[in-house]
Design a protein around this ligand. Structure first.
Ligand code: MG
Length: 344
């Protein structure tokens, strides 16, 4: 196998801020391309996220190492995905975005060799995929109003909260979009006490659920909030890999999977099963990333209850086309083999 990689710049249409950080206007992803000896290629993307300890630089710095480990573990058989992914994980520990880029590229390549899309390889039915939300980042209320108007086609909005203006923002959203489903994401902004105080206000505005109200490790706090709140609580920053699901059982109602947190498509499926075994709901989310990363998450969307796969829709230009978020909020699949993505 031959692995090559390049860093790409992804400018967003608008500033996209959340409670725990003001984010740069242009994101950087590392694109990975793996080619087998017959010239079949697979694509993957590492949307490196500093919060999880990665940057485009850390990804490109370890990619030659990952390439060597993958080639050695494959031993000429690129279908040996469990063996290859286990070797990658053992060789560097975390670095989930870097590893998932290799995972995506290998799955894309495998699907192309077999002539089937990944969703079909996994026995999934695209009709089972939920509609996706579209996220409105934190901004001045008038800018947020403009974003809500631009999102007119989407039935489900995910609102970033965690500022003193949350009520004002929710009132504005309800004025603009009285019928839409609203979910909120506090991105670790609150203490348990603050969350318990604020959630009744969210209920007033008909919010469906609350994502990550507290700090990632505050499991006791999450347990307390869940007991005292009528809205379901979904863990995002608290849940990176399948092993986190067992810790979170009883403390939250569901988990939000992101490929760039869990490090592989196969680990994402393990999270789904771990969560189901605990009677928890499952969401699949994304980073701000191109259609390569979004297409990989779309393949697994028939397994989940909630989708938030708007990462590529937030971009000013996307270097790839393929599966992703349609203008009406449904998830668009295709029958092309592998991830089904094409470089523009
Ligand atoms: Mg989140």
């Amino acid at each position: 196998m031959k692995l090559t990689f390049e860093t790409i710049e992804l400018p967003t249409k608008h500033a996209f801020n959340i409670a725990r950080e003001a984010a740069p206007r242009t994101r950087r992803s590392v694109l990975v391309r793996i080619e087998d000896r017959d010239g079949v290629e697979g694509w993957g993307e590492a949307p490196a996220t500093p919060y999880y300890g990665e940057t485009a630089e850390t990804v490109t710095a370890i990619m030659p190492h990952l390439s060597a480990v993958a080639a050695r573990a494959a031993g000429g058989d690129l279908f040996a995905l469990e063996r290859i992914e286990t070797a990658l994980e053992r060789s560097i520990g975390r670095n989930p975005a870097a590893r998932v880029a290799v995972s995506m590229a290998l799955h894309d390549l495998l699907g192309k060799r077999l002539g089937v899309p990944i969703w079909k390889l996994w026995g999934l039915d695209p009709a089972e995929a939920p509609r996706s939300s579209f996220t409105i980042g934190i901004d001045q209320p008038e800018v947020m109003r403009q974003k809500v108007r631009e999102a007119a086609g989407y039935d489900i909005l995910k609102i970033k909260v965690g500022t003193p203006r949350d009520r004002e923002v929710l009132q504005m959203i309800r004025d603009e979009a009285p019928e839409k489903t609203i979910r909120v994401d506090a991105n670790t902004a609150w203490t348990a006490k603050e969350a318990i105080r604020r959630i009744p206000m969210l209920e007033e505005y008909g919010v469906e659920f609350v994502e990550q109200p507290l700090k990632p490790d505050d499991l006791e706090g999450l347990r307390l909030v869940r007991r005292r709140s009528r809205l379901p609580i979904i863990a995002d920053e608290s849940c990176e890999v399948a092993a986190d699901v067992a810790r979170l059982a009883g403390a939250v109602d569901g988990v939000n999977i992101k490929l760039a947190k869990c490090g592989s498509l196969r680990e994402a499926v393990r999270i789904v099963h771990a969560a189901r075994a605990h009677g928890m709901s499952v969401m699949i989310g994304c980073m701000v990333e191109s259609t390569v990363g979004i297409a990989a998450a779309v393949q697994l969307a028939p397994l989940v209850d909630y989708a938030d796969l708007d990462g590529a829709a937030l971009l000013a230009n996307d270097p790839f086309s393929g599966p992703g978020l349609a203008d009406d909020g449904s998830l668009r699949f295709n029958d092309d083999p592998g991830l089904g993505v094409t470089r523009a």
